[in-house]
Design a protein around this ligand. Structure first.
Ligand code: ADP
Ligand code: MG
Length: 237
């Protein structure tokens, strides 16, 4: 396989659909909303990277995804597009609360994800917020968190809101993303993640990305994913 892309298996009844999308090289070849297509075009994103070609079709079909690809391979869009599309297809609105949670190991990475979300999602009406602590006090966040649809968070701050914020409700959560799972675990957040996993709905879609496949990432995958597609990108995209 010249692309080094492994597409592990196909769900029943969606084989043809997946095959068509799995062959797509550009974002325009994917069945995305016009709003997302416009966001991608405005941001000058045209050709998909290998991990995006591998992961997005499966994620759009509702599958859990375990993606391995090195830094700089475009993992952010590989999960942001499915999160946005999922909520858009469900006609998610301001009254529906938290529909997507993206967990990142550090504030800096969370800010980068948030910036990319704002760019590619700019034609959508879905709201998004950063829960990363720092200068802004948790009190300020607490006032707004109930109205947000997509949360980009660090693990500690997310759990703090789950435990302390009265109007924090993620009982309708549709999609969980664990980005840089290996780093999250290296930083000692395994216990925090387990506590978070215990407080969110089991019925959801999950995408887990990691640069490396360590033992602890595999353990986390077993805990958080259901019948996932294993997508590993070995070569340059
Ligand atoms: P990773 O999370 O795998 O380290 P990122 O998602 O941060 O990688 O992407 C790395 C850089 O590549 C970012 O600047 C991002 O905007 C850019 N990028 C991602 N996907 C594409 C694409 N399909 N076309 C052009 N640039 C892209
Ligand atoms: Mg990344």
């Amino acid at each position: 396989n010249p692309l080094g892309v492994t597409i592990a298996k196909e769900g029943e009844g969606e084989g043809d659909r997946l095959k068509a999308y799995a062959g797509a090289k550009d974002f325009t070849g994917l069945p995305l909303s016009d709003r997302t297509q416009r966001g991608l075009k405005d941001s000058k994103f045209v050709h998909m990277t290998a991990i995006q070609r591998a992961a997005i079709p499966h994620a759009l079909c509702g599958h859990d995804v375990l993606g391995a690809a090195k830094t700089g391979s475009g993992k952010t869009l590989a999960f942001l597009i499915p999160v946005i599309e999922k909520l858009y297809r469900l006609k998610w609105g301001s009254m529906d609360g938290v529909g997507g949670i993206i967990i990142s190991p550090t504030r800096e990475l969370a800010i980068q994800i948030f910036d990319e979300l704002r760019k590619v999602g700019k034609h959508h009406s879905i709201s998004a917020g950063l829960l990363i602590g720092g200068r802004k006090g948790v009190g300020t966040e607490k006032e707004t968190v109930g109205a947000l649809n997509i949360l980009v968070c660090t693990p500690g701050r997310l759990l703090q809101h789950m435990d302390e914020t009265p109007n924090f409700d993620c009982s309708q959560l549709q999609m969980l993303v664990l980005d840089e799972a290996d780093r999250i675990l290296d930083m000692g957040f395994a216990g925090t993640l387990n506590a978070i996993l215990g407080q969110i709905p089991k019925e959801r879609q999950t995408m887990l990305f990691s640069a490396t496949q360590t033992r602890s990432v595999k353990d986390l995958a077993r805990l958080s994913l259901r019948d996932p597609e294993y997508l590993a990108v070995h070569a340059e995209s």
